[in-house]
Write a protein that binds this ligand. Structure first.
Ligand code: HEM
Length: 538
């Protein structure tokens, strides 16, 4: 691209080969006819009505009328940046992906986001944060679509509309904009107790990050890694910020939300502009790919669970540096489309039903958000490798394809696109046994324990962090109108930690309930019970 310059207003120009500037010296219509006036509409008489024949007026207003596209159904509020990823080369024993090789530099685009608020909502609200990375690798695009919290509310993607409907603003009042301080959210999570672990993280200081630059990121699910010999391992991805993990206090978050709702967006942009490029190390926790797909009793296909780093250390495999701000927010940050199915050789999916549903959902939603099936031709989504997908036509088709429509097998049009050997491409299923052969609709986890990791999380906190969690629950539940909802959530907290429950109950002016009996099929993981030494007798 051309060298970057700045206009008088500070706007960037020419930073990117894909930037299409306004061209030419004169104002024109969209078809290039020169105009002489854009200040006055064409009227029948100086003070008469406006004429339909004024094509320039109609074209200008029509285009303006269609400037907005639908915001993302979740994660609508975000900020993005370009950067590079450099592999350390130490992951090759478990993963053959070329971008992880030593010293390989891969361009990336990262989008950080909140989940619940609309595009114009405030940055510093209590919420989960998205951390989505597009690696434009030499083997195609790899998207790592993660969050700043290592677990999720639900084990099965079929519950996603439920949690989002419960957590988004009430349909009548459209409040609250972006917080969990309302009845339907607490109604859902107090009934659907597998959300408890994620809720504990949300109510902790992790729910109000100081800066996008100071957040961890997690791929959440287990992925299947494949090495050059075809050997497989299960792995979880982690991003570790070089600046460390820092949070706001609740009071700071409240004040900043009022004074500067763009705080995180501004912080990221200003840091990059000042040359203080944020960095993260990418790390993996690696587990043997056993038929049970568990590690130390922890179900690797259950996205409501972590594997503590004490049991499986995070091994750094590369470093990400964000070093360039977007030129145009709409073209890049808004139009970027991440998808878990964008995989490269060496990284594969697992049967985690949350992962499996996500594989469907992102492409589906992007078809309507980005106006049809050709959104991978938008500059920010274009792979940095040749594309020969045999796709044709459709809304916003930019390519002018030659020859006959592609089909295979084919002898009339110079054959069909070349297929790489079956074992070298992406999306190659490593032969895996299917766990069970019975078609059924039931929970996939074998041990449905909703509280022990939430308890582990709470008890791993310092006293001051515990105090923040107590205050967060008290504040958020205090906003509920329904007494029954508050009482039910207190019963959930009683199963997490009696002291936490008692303090929140006190803050709400309600009696603290006793823990309900732990269901008979709940066996605490032996590995977990060794950690922290505080395994409760209940
Ligand atoms: C968007 C993360 C679960 C549906 C996003 C984004 C992130 C993310 C980071 C924002 C992408 C961007 O910046 O453009 C996650 C994580 C999940 C999860 C970490 C669980 C581990 C789900 C599930 C579904 C879902 C279960 C649906 C069944 C969506 C949709 C979008 C989205 C529809 C909007 C995508 C777009 O319009 O481009 N998610 N998500 N997510 N997510 Fe998820």
């Amino acid at each position: 691209g051309s060298p970057e310059t700045r206009t008088a207003t500070g706007a960037r120009t020419g930073a990117d080969a894909d930037v299409r500037e306004q061209q030419g010296e004169y104002l024109t219509t969209s078809t290039g006819a020169r105009l002489h006036d854009t200040d006055h509409s064409l009227r029948a008489g100086r003070r008469g009505p406006t004429l339909l024949q004024d094509h320039h007026l109609r074209e200008k207003i029509t285009h303006f009328d269609h400037e907005r596209i639908p915001e993302r159904v979740v994660h609508a509020r975000g900020a993005g940046a370009h950067g590079v990823f450099v592999g350390y080369g130490n992951a090759t024993n478990v993963c053959k992906a070329a971008f992880l090789d030593e010293g390989v530099t891969t361009p990336v685009f990262v989008r950080f986001s909140t989940v619940l608020g609309s595009r114009g909502s405030a940055d510093t609200v209590r919420d989960t944060r998205g951390f989505a990375t597009k690696f434009y690798t030499s083997e195609g695009t790899f998207d790592l679509v993660g969050n700043n919290i290592p677990v999720f509310f639900i084990q099965d993607g079929i519950k996603f509309p439920d949690i989002i409907h419960a957590a988004k603003p009430h349909p009548d009042r459209e409040i609250p904009q972006a917080q969990s301080a309302h009845d339907t959210f607490w109604d859902f999570v107090s009934l659907h107790t597998e959300a408890t672990h994620h809720v504990l993280w949300n109510m902790s200081d992790r729910g109000i990050p100081r800066s996008y630059r100071m957040m961890e990121g997690f791929g959440v699910h287990s992925f299947r890694l494949v090495n050059a010999e075809g050997g497989t391992a299960l792995a979880k991805f982690h991003w570790k910020p070089k600046l460390g993990v820092h949070s706001l206090t609740w009071e700071e978050a409240q004040m900043i939300g009022g004074v500067d709702p763009d705080f995180h967006r501004r912080d990221l942009y200003d840091a990059i502009e000042a040359g203080a490029f944020p960095q993260w190390e990418l790390g993996i926790q690696v587990f043997p790919d056993t038929p049970e797909q568990t590690f130390e009793g922890i179900d690797l296909l259950d996205s409501t669970k972590i594997v503590p780093e004490e049991l499986a250390p995070v091994q750094p495999i590369g470093v990400l540096t964000l070093n360039r701000n977007p030129t145009n927010f709409f073209a890049e940050t808004e139009q970027v489309a991440f998808h878990l199915g964008n995989l490269v050789p060496g990284i594969d999916v697992t049967d985690d039903p949350l992962f499996q549903t996500r594989l469907f959902s992102y492409l589906d939603t992007q078809l309507s958000r980005l106006g049809g099936p050709n959104f991978n031709q938008i500059p920010i989504n274009r792979p940095h490798v040749p594309v020969n997908d045999m796709f044709r036509d459709g809304f916003h088709q930019h390519a002018v394809h030659r020859g006959v429509a592609p089909y295979k097998p084919n002898t009339l049009d110079g054959g069909c696109p070349f297929f790489a050997g079956a074992d070298t491409g992406a999306l190659v299923e490593v032969p895996q046994p299917v766990a069970e052969s019975v078609k059924e609709r039931r929970a996939h986890v074998t041990v449905d324990d909703h509280f022990s990791q939430a308890r582990l999380f709470y008890r791993s906190m310092t006293p001051v962090e515990r105090e923040h969690i107590v205050r967060a629950f008290t504040f958020e539940l205090g906003k509920c109108y329904e007494q029954a909802v508050k009482e039910r959530e207190l019963r959930v907290l009683a199963n997490v930690d009696a002291d936490l429950c008692a303090k929140v109950a006190q803050g709400l002016g309600l009696p603290a309930p006793e823990p309900t009996e732990v269901p008979a099929d709940v066996t605490p993981s032996p590995a977990l019970s060794q950690l922290g030494g505080e395994w409760p007798a209940d």
